[in-house]
Design a protein around this ligand. Structure first.
Ligand SMILES: [Ca+2]
Length: 281
């Protein structure tokens, strides 16, 4: 009977080891402007009277959504404001920008939301000036001032900077279709009452920064590859439970494979943003 105890303890240890979760990989992607900003008057500083230069305002119910050239700012002294009083109304600051077809772009704006929901939109036109329903790229964000840490429409990887600053970036990475000649940039209030302020709009080239954290009970190895299988980064064996790093300057259209092995031999593999076609996630 006394010999059963070591066996029992051995089983318990084995069960505990088997119950160790596989490595956990957390990836946070941040698009970074990396070239000329194609937006005119992106900070809403220039203009006269009631209008900032270079910007129009499009609205479906003018009596329920108003625009104003605000005296508060993320940078400079002015921004573009929108105040909506109805859930069936929308209004966007808008600007037409010539773009190249079949090209990656980042559209981003800093937005301070008191309430309501912001839409950041790239609406394509062809060379004849006709809107292309096939090219309508959007990102939404809704945050209440009192619940700034409770995003609704943000993808998890966009949250990093938002909790640290009220003027959070709202990012839209897009790849233009062959028929797109111009983009109408629209930023504004999307069918929800509230007030928001928009500043520092950017449309232009971008790179991607991937911040990552790997958690495990001891890490044997972390490797990061591009889609072609080239090794981009490697972390060696460590007893530490966390390995963190950052990859900067990546092309935004790429796919990246993260592979982590725990000291117990468990392997976790994650693709960002998603696996290539035909590859099981
Ligand atoms: Ca400004």
């Amino acid at each position: 009977m006394t010999r059963a105890w070591p066996c029992l303890i051995g089983v318990l240890i084995a069960a505990q080891a088997a119950a160790e979760p596989p490595p956990r990989i957390i990836i946070e992607a941040r698009p970074v402007p990396a070239g000329e900003n194609l937006i005119v008057n992106p900070s809403f500083e220039d203009g006269a009277g009631e209008w900032p230069d270079g910007w129009a305002f499009t609205v479906n119910q003018p009596t329920k959504v108003v625009r104003f050239w605000a005296d508060q700012a993320c940078t400079g002294e002015r921004s573009a404001g929108v105040r909506s009083e109805a859930g069936n109304a929308s209004g966007y600051w808008a600007q037409d920008v010539a773009v190249h077809p079949d090209t990656d772009y980042l559209l981003t704006a800093r937005v301070q939301i008191e309430d309501g929901k912001v839409l950041v939109r790239a609406f394509g036109r062809n060379a004849a000036g006709e809107f292309l329903k096939s090219f309508d790229r959007r990102a939404y964000d809704r945050r209440r001032g009192t619940h700034i840490m409770a995003p609704v429409f943000w993808q998890p990887e966009w949250i990093v900077d938002m909790v640290r600053e009220p003027w959070a970036p709202v990012n839209l990475l897009l790849h233009t279709d062959p028929d797109v000649a111009t983009i109408q940039v629209q930023v504004g209030s999307y069918f929800e009452p509230g007030t928001m302020y928009i500043d520092d709009v950017y449309l232009g080239p971008a790179t991607l920064t991937l911040d990552y954290v790997v958690e495990a009970d001891g890490i044997a190895c972390v490797r990061i590859y591009d889609q072609a299988g080239a090794l981009l980064a490697r972390h060696a064996r460590t007893q530490l439970p966390i390995v963190a790093g950052s990859l900067e300057g990546l092309p935004p259209g790429g796919r990246y494979r993260f592979e982590a092995t725990s000291l117990a031999g468990d392997v976790t593999e994650v693709w960002y943003p998603e696996p290539p076609e035909g590859v099981q996630p």
